[in-house]
Design a binder for this molecule. Structure first.
Ligand SMILES: Cc1cc2nc3c(=O)[nH]c(=O)nc-3n(C[C@H](O)[C@H](O)[C@H](O)COP(=O)(O)O)c2cc1C
Length: 159
């Protein structure tokens, strides 16, 4: 017996998460990124996290090529950034403020925090790849985060 995908999405959506944009640089096509909420910390020492990337996404390919990625945790009020990075546009960065870290990872400005990771392991599970990253830099600006709950984005509590 299997749970239907629609029921699974509806029930799992009761688990509130933050919203981030995972970014990476392709040497040929430039910066790329996608909105993501499948972020989980794995261990603190060494600092390790995981993300789940759909293998049909462009970002999956760019992260695989780069071997590193950025995690940009969005602030309350950045719903437009979350919506932009949930599209398949080839140039999502053109109207945004962003920087490139010394190791070459694109980082968005205006979020509550960002981390840079080096890919440690990858596990293919059905349509997705679980990417485990070792954290190489981390910085927080603070402030209220953007929250995703039951298919809606909001800012229900102060940071
Ligand atoms: C709130 C939210 C969370 C998302 N979380 C994920 C996720 O964890 N993993 C994933 O593969 N896609 C996730 N997506 C979907 C991607 O953002 C979307 O497929 C995007 O268009 C991929 O862009 P790309 O093909 O340019 O990489 C999420 C979308 C939204 C709106």
């Amino acid at each position: 017996m299997r749970v239907a995908p629609q029921l699974f999405r509806e029930v799992a959506g009761h688990f509130a998460t933050g919203v981030c944009v995972v970014t990476a640089e392709d040497p040929d096509t430039g910066p790329h990124g996608m909105t993501l909420n499948s972020l989980t910390t794995v261990s603190a020492d060494p600092a390790t996290l995981l993300i789940c990337l759909n293998r049909a996404s462009t970002t999956h390919e760019v992260v695989a090529r780069a071997g590193r990625f950025g995690v940009n945790i969005l602030a309350a009020g950045q719903q437009d950034v979350a919506a932009l990075f949930a599209t398949r546009d080839d140039d999502k960065f053109r109207d945004l403020d962003w920087t490139r870290s010394p190791s070459g990872t694109p980082l968005l400005t205006g979020g509550v925090a960002h981390l840079e990771c080096a890919v440690l392991h990858r596990h293919d599970v059905h349509s997705h790849t679980v990417v485990i990253g070792e954290v190489i830099t981390a910085a927080a600006a603070g402030g209220p985060p953007l929250v995703f709950h039951r298919s809606r984005m909001s800012a229900p509590f102060p940071g």
